[in-house]
Ligand binder design. Structure first.
Ligand SMILES: Cc1cc2nc3c(=O)[nH]c(=O)nc-3n(C[C@H](O)[C@H](O)[C@H](O)COP(=O)(O)O)c2cc1C
Length: 205
């Protein structure tokens, strides 16, 4: 780890329409104010996609765990988070000769999907488990010398009721607090951890 004591968490949120969000907005509220968790809303900061690379790199260096929280858009991240990666993860900084700025840090994906857990199966509409769709993020982290943690996922967002969203948000807060304190490990086991497992398994794809 890059620091002793609580891990400093940089929560990078990418949601282009947070005002219409049901799930990501609630997740964000649940961790707002948690000590050592810094919220960083990309679409609010950079509505014109003009990412301040020096500022973002400095922020990354000040934190131990970087969280990418976003809805799944076309099996990928919303565009601004891709732009962020393209610009911030520079050669000679994040990878390549001398590019060791992120070595030893951790990356955690927190992803919401419209599709149910069942739709992310070979026989489901999305034909593959969710995890392979996150491979570019995992390999980007690996190339940069980061540890990619088991992703957190909330499936079937459109069918969740307020109480179910509430429960997932509470678990999210617990997980982030545990990661901050080092009392929880999310060693990558090549799956995903559902924040709403009972709901997701019951939902249709
Ligand atoms: C442009 C767009 C693309 C989407 N692509 C996917 C997708 O590939 N797979 C999926 O399961 N859901 C997809 N969705 C559904 C979103 O993931 C879902 O609306 C979101 O997770 C809900 O979270 P929110 O309440 O925070 O907005 C897409 C939605 C939009 C608007």
């Amino acid at each position: 780890m890059t620091s002793i004591g609580p891990r400093r968490i940089l929560l990078i949120l990418a949601h282009p329409a947070l005002e219409r969000s049901r799930v990501n907005r609630r997740l964000l509220n649940a961790v707002d104010g948690v000590v050592d968790v810094r919220l960083h809303d990309l679409y609010e900061l950079y509505p014109d996609f003009e990412v301040d690379v020096a500022r973002e790199q400095a922020l990354c260096q000040e934190h131990d765990l970087i969280v990418f929280q976003h809805p799944l858009y076309w099996y990928s991240t919303p565009a601004l988070l891709k732009e962020w990666q393209d610009l911030v993860l520079e050669y000679g900084w994040a990878y390549g000769p001398g590019g060791d700025a992120l070595v030893g840090k951790q990356l955690l994906s927190v992803v919401t999907t419209g599709g149910s857990a069942e739709s992310y199966r070979p026989e489901g509409g999305n034909r593959h488990p969710l995890r392979p769709f996150l491979l570019p993020l995992e390999q980007t982290a690996t190339l940069c010398g980061m540890e990619y943690l088991t992703p957190l996922v909330i499936h079937g967002t459109h069918r969740l009721g307020p109480l179910e969203i509430e429960a997932a948000a509470a678990e999210y807060r617990e997980v982030l607090t545990g990661l901050r304190d080092g009392s929880l490990r999310l060693r990558d086991e090549q799956g995903v951890r559902c924040l709403n497992p009972s709901i997701a398994h019951g939902a249709r794809g």
